[in-house]
Design a binder for this molecule. Structure first.
Ligand code: ADP
Ligand code: MG
Length: 237
């Protein structure tokens, strides 16, 4: 029999890889690359948080995710891990260019998640770049940006590169992440985000995480989400 398309509903029901990992509580129970396992272990991450347990079995199967969990619940690893695993599986290399873009609403948050990416991803060979406004020289960035595999950026700076950087290329994008998605989808970033998304290939995985659930049909339509998993994790208090 020919393989089913991975997004077909029949494929989903019969998808043994999801059910097999759905009950996992520790990172070492997930089907992760040795490089990621090592990065997690060295950083002291052993047990998954609730949002990680709920989302990773889906995101590792390359599904789109809309995940909501309060601040401090571990959302960063819930997208950093699937980004690393996807590019690893695709044997992404220096000549493949931008494979993933992670968008964050502020420089500070971008900087924090960039550090998590570097720590957990340190045994992978991907080139990673932090593209945020302010302290860095944009002209130097422009020369380097096409050699980066994973971009962590604020909407404004990413759009600046899309507009100004010669040959800026993201036609091979595999995974788009919106961290603090509710803030990025907010009116303040609407124009920038629309301009960004219009330049990205639609055939990609999209991961949205925020403290509150984003369900605006309009927002989801403009991001071209494909049959996303809605995950909401709220700790009892
Ligand atoms: P959020 O983005 O949901 O606000 P973060 O991803 O910033 O949360 O994580 C909050 C804190 O929890 C960080 O200090 C992070 O290192 C820690 N953390 C995340 N996942 C785990 C885990 N699985 N085990 C232990 N600590 C974790
Ligand atoms: Mg966060």
């Amino acid at each position: 029999l020919p393989p089913l398309p991975s997004k077909s509903p029949v494929g989903r029901l019969g998808d043994s890889s999801f059910s097999r990992y759905a009950g996992a509580t520790r990172f070492d129970q997930l089907p992760l690359s040795k490089n990621t396992v090592k990065g997690l272990r060295e950083a002291g991450y052993v047990k998954m948080t609730d949002i990680q347990r709920a989302s990773l079995p889906h995101s590792l199967c390359e599904r789109d995710i809309l995940g909501a969990a309060k601040t401090g619940s571990g959302k960063t690893l819930a997208f950093v891990i699937p980004v690393l695993e996807k590019l690893y599986k695709e044997r992404w290399g220096p000549e493949d260019g931008v494979g993933s873009i992670i968008i964050s609403p502020t420089r500070e948050l971008a900087d924090q998640l960039f550090n998590v990416l570097k720590t957990v991803g340190k045994h992978h060979n991907f080139s990673v770049g932090l593209l945020i406004g302010g302290r860095k020289d944009v002209d130097t960035e422009k020369e380097l940006v096409n050699e980066l595999n994973i971009l962590v950026c604020t909407p404004g700076r990413l759009l600046q590169h899309m507009d100004e950087t010669q040959y800026f290329e993201c036609s091979q994008l595999q995974v788009l992440v919106l961290d603090e998605a509710d803030r990025i989808l907010d009116v303040g970033f609407k124009k920038a985000l629309n301009a960004i998304v219009s330049q990205l290939p639609k055939n990609r995985q999209t991961l949205l995480f925020s403290a509150t659930q984003t369900k605006s049909v309009q927002d989801l339509a403009r991001l071209s989400l494909k049959d996303p998993e809605y995950l909401s994790v709220h700790a009892e208090s």
